[in-house]
Design a protein around this ligand. Structure first.
Ligand code: ADP
Ligand code: MG
Length: 181
């Protein structure tokens, strides 16, 4: 890593509208400023919505690793600006949203601040974060545990499949979803 840049892991999710288009645009927007350099992009996975109102469309999720010269708060503001650009719906907590961008880790920083909690407090129990992350960083750990092990024991692991680009029609399940974990 170059001096002045810190590695960060970002998790993206979308379950409203043209979900894959939204993720594609969000990746481009997140790494657009010179202060955020792309390291790796995970495959897109498809998951059932966890928590919140019932009968939501499935989520598409993915993980990016970046290195950034932004401070943690600046990176959060940047992620929220990208959410807003993609017309995120904020009314219902854990409800459908066009785009959610969470900071999973920022270097080794630990923070209990509710505005920016690091590592992200729910990441260790979310296969839809852990599994795509493990595909681009197999050796990564969270709280001392391998993220691939955490993924396999997460409650939502069985509801997750690689997204193959078909069936992106308002949450209709993906007939051709590849399940080759
Ligand atoms: P969620 O991602 O849990 O569905 P939101 O995206 O609406 O919920 O986030 C609510 C708040 O969580 C944000 O306003 C933000 O300040 C706070 N937050 C705390 N820690 C983080 C983090 N690691 N990444 C992103 N947002 C965070
Ligand atoms: Mg969020």
């Amino acid at each position: 890593m170059n001096s002045g840049y810190t590695k960060a892991v970002l998790a993206l999710g979308s379950n409203l509208g043209e979900r894959n288009d939204t993720l594609s645009g969000a990746v481009a927007d997140l790494v657009d400023p010179p202060e955020v350099r792309l390291l790796a992009v995970s495959p897109v996975v498809q998951t059932k919505a966890v928590g919140g109102p019932p009968n939501q469309p499935d989520f598409l999720n993915m993980v990016l690793t970046v290195e950034t010269s932004l401070t943690p708060r600046e990176l959060l503001a940047h992620c929220q600006a990208v959410e807003n650009k993609h017309h995120r719906v904020r009314e219902v907590r854990w409800g459908p949203r066009t785009l959610d961008v969470d900071i999973i880790t920022y270097g080794d920083l630990r923070s209990d601040d509710p505005v920016l909690t690091l590592p992200h407090p729910r990441a260790a129990s979310r296969a839809f974060v852990l599994y795509p992350w493990s595909l681009i960083e197999p050796a990564a750990t969270l709280g001392g545990e391998r993220i691939s092990s955490l993924a396999a024991s997460a409650a939502d692991f069985d509801d997750l499949a690689l997204f193959d680009g078909f069936g992106d029609f308002d949450g209709v399940s993906t007939a051709g979803a590849v399940d080759e974990r």
